[in-house]
Design a protein. Structure first.
Length: 133
């Protein structure tokens, strides 16, 4: 089981405009599908949520910004020694967006990582619950 969360606070920019703060969280179940092999295959299935507060200009919320989206996050990680190759997708399940906004489409993330310091890439130290908004 893997879990993660981030919060991004955004300050005010030029023309008294500020983008809305953002909160993200994810929970993922991981299954080690191979045993007794030099290759490790991990299957991932999880969910992620992202919430944006509305952007503001001159202290007024913009009507067509902000909202919440939920994603299903399937994927896999294939590891051998210090190297790992992963592929993951974010598939929108539910969206509650403010005003008129383009709804989310799926997205994909492919990663290649290498571990150093005596740990193998399959050491369970990497979280792959990602999504975009």
């Amino acid at each position: 089981l893997e879990a993660g969360a981030t919060y991004t606070a955004r300050g005010e920019g030029p023309r008294n405009r500020s983008l809305g703060n953002r909160a993200d969280a994810g929970l993922q179940f991981v299954y080690h599908a191979t045993h007794g092999s030099p290759w490790d295959l991990y299957l991932h299935m999880g969910a992620a949520v992202g919430h944006n507060r509305p952007s503001r200009e001159d202290g007024v919320n913009e009507a067509n910004s902000g909202g919440t989206a939920w994603f299903a996050t399937p994927g896999f990680t294939l590891s051998h020694g210090d190297w790992s190759l992963g592929a993951h997708a974010g598939i929108p399940v539910s969206e509650d967006l403010n005003g008129l906004q383009q709804e989310h489409d799926y997205h994909a993330v492919v990663s290649l990582t290498r571990g150093w310091g005596g740990r193998t890439a399959a050491g369970g130290r990497e979280a792959h619950a990602t999504h975009s908004h």
